[in-house]
Design a protein around this ligand. Sequence first.
Ligand SMILES: [Mg+2]
Length: 403
Amino acid sequence: MKITGIDTFLMQVGARPTSEPGAKAAVYSDFRGGRNWLFIRILTDEGVYGVGEGSGWPRVVETAVKDYANLLIGEDPRDVDRLWYKLFNGSMGHGQLGTVGGGALSAIEMALWDIKGKVLGQPVWNLLGGAFRQKIPVYGHAKTPKQAHELMALGYKAVKVSFTGAVDVDKVAAVRDAVGPDVDVMVDAHGPSWMTPADAIQVARALEPLDLLFFEDPVAPENLDAFRRVRDATSVPLAAGERVATIWGLRPLIEEELVDVVQPDTGRAGGITQMRKMAAMAEAHWIMMAPHSGSLGPVAEYAALHLMATIPNALMLERLEMDWPGRGTVITPAPVVVDGHIALPTAPGLGVDIVPAEIAKYPSERNVLELPADDGWAFETGTRDEAPYAQMRLKRRLKLRGR
Ligand SMILES: [Mg+2]
């Protein structure tokens, strides 16, 4: 069995179908044109193909995948680990691969597992040691008590509040009050460069009475010194890891036990096996895993289901339930949340395929985010608020005053 080629399918998430009048520049307002999904198919001489997805700047990852194809054509796709290292070593000259390289490796490795499962007639989870669980718990995003209630109506048992722009502890308290004590609440600060350890510690302490499952990226996770200071100063469980790729990228957070939960992104962490190795490293330190979704598409979500079935320290899978309405149309079948869980796929391979005709309706136009001025992110040029440090410090003070 030999690999004969790789097809890539890049799309603009949130764009309206090109058949609609005036649709070319139109984007779904929530994404400001920043979100792309990259799917791939690895083709073989026996007609079997595997699907994968790569995140970590998908528009750039597409080029990396095409470059890697030179090393894959003619190879046996069933040698998943050997091929991973062939690609990894083949691109070593580019330096640390980061999440772009991790995205390309993830997409390819995912597709190789899909092929292997199809050839053997087994779901991928059954090739990875078998299932601990038949359904995977998921959590959703809620900006308001109303959204939290909508998720609870779908059976969600956990919701995450995001600090986009303003650091607003009252917003978290409102969601906590709305969901009651039996639903888990999390907070994501997105590891902003302007959040100092002193600021993050104040925020964490203000969050302590709200019984959080975790406080995610309270400071930039690249700044391990800052993370240590926050870690030592609060009792709130901490989470991080969505920005790194490979076991070597995640290693410092785990080895120093700076977090209670690691959150590798299934589309850019480096592949299913890399994430299983990360999970094992975390397990040795009694740390749980809750894979990141964020801007991730639905094929990587399938891969995460297989991964989460097979690791003992699976916490929950992040899910954007209130995402772009077309999410379920570009793949088949679309996963469904029942009682806060997604059932484990049982078909051979990953159990999902892409729908190229639907993907083609949303051609990629750009893949960088325009920060929304109306959501607390952007500030008027030339004002005091424009300074990246001052803008959030002032806002945080406002939102903490009175608590
Ligand atoms: Mg996050």
